[in-house]
Write a protein that binds this ligand. Structure first.
Ligand SMILES: [Cu+2]
Length: 339
């Protein structure tokens, strides 16, 4: 509340200063001294450039430091260290350039503001300078792009054979989660099979679907590769697990994937952060509609033994809803019942 009142106060104060300035300008027109107006407003503008530099620059630094913990989350995956290192190198290079160019951008209009006794000098070209400011950024960017591309190729290389598969399907407005079950292979799906009782459009005539099971949360083992198979049912969504440094779009009709190795269990992260309520989460990071902000799912990272135990406790789609088996081939139905 106080913040809002202070903001209103500042706006009112600025308006008053502005009004006083305008009145002064009008008075000078009436007095016939309007020749000075041009140089007068130039002075004010030049000064405002400096004010903007200090105020907005200060605000930027203050906010970045204040919110640092919120965007520099602890890392909970193996490749996260690589991603972060790349991020900070790029941040340092571009940050230094940004600060230097912006200080010059705002100081020069002040320093070289209009004065009657000053004339701009004519300086049409300097080949040496142009070569320098073309090659240096080109070299720096080439190094950044190539190191980034190499890291990205490593991170997005095919998942190891033994990766634990989890399917994530985005829709307006949640994620549906499917595990492949004992055969470790997800059954087929077809969007034409999507219905009220089969929201993921799973093809239950496919033997591989029989042991597939849903889960309200993503449970994965620590220290073992996990492969997210990602798709979307309606519009673009994006899987974002910030602690895992994982982000991949979910695109209708175009399955995507992301594999990683979680390296801290939820319990370990709770202890590290001293926060017993902490949970890893998946959020949607594609503005996909009105309920976008509600697309949250918890990721629970557990020890491998605990993960194996959890797997055996889950109920398959067919066990949870026998109606799904209606109309499918008899042999498949028998398999479903046996399992
Ligand atoms: Cu979404």
């Amino acid at each position: 509340m106080y913040g809002f009142l202070i903001a209103v106060g500042v706006v009112l104060l600025l308006s008053i200063v502005w009004m006083v300035y305008r009145i002064q300008t009008l008075v000078s027109v009436v007095k016939g001294s309007d020749k000075k107006i041009a140089s007068g407003s130039n002075k004010v503008n030049a000064f405002l450039f400096l004010v903007f530099l200090v105020a907005v620059g200060g605000l930027m630094f203050w906010y970045s430091i204040k919110e640092f913990d919120n965007y520099q989350l602890p890392i909970a995956s193996e490749h996260g260290v690589v991603t972060d290192r790349l991020f900070w190198i790029t941040m340092a290079v571009t940050g230094v350039i940004f600060i230097i160019t912006h200080i010059l951008l705002f100081i020069f209009p002040y320093k070289y503001q209009y004065r009657e006794d000053r004339k701009a000098s004519f300086y049409p070209e300097n080949n040496k300078l142009e070569v320098i400011w073309t090659t240096v950024p080109a070299l720096v960017l080439t190094v950044l792009v190539i190191t980034g591309w190499m890291a990205w190729s490593d991170i997005t290389a095919p998942a190891p054979e033994n990766a634990h598969v989890v399917e994530l399907m985005g829709y307006q407005f949640a994620w549906d989660i499917r595990y492949p079950g004992q055969d470790k292979v997800l059954g087929d799906n077809d969007y034409r099979l999507t219905s009220a009782i089969n929201p993921m459009g799973i093809d239950f005539t496919d033997q591989k679907s029989v042991d597939d099971f849903p889960s309200p949360k993503v449970v994965i083992p620590k220290g073992e590769p996990v492969l997210f198979k990602i798709r979307a049912r309606d519009v673009l969504h994006s899987v974002f697990a910030p602690h895992m440094r994982l982000k991949m779009d979910a695109v209708p009709g175009m399955p995507t994937r992301f594999w990683f190795v979680p390296n801290k269990t939820t319990a370990e992260m709770r202890a590290e952060l001293n926060n017993p309520d902490f949970n890893y989460e998946i959020a949607c990071t594609e503005i996909c509609g009105r309920g976008h902000n509600a697309m949250r799912r918890v990721i629970e990272v557990v020890e491998p033994a605990e993960y194996q135990k959890w797997l055996t406790e889950q109920k398959t789609f067919l066990q949870m809803n026998p109606a799904l088996a209606e109309g499918i081939e008899v042999e498949v139905k028998e398999v479903a019942e046996i399992q």
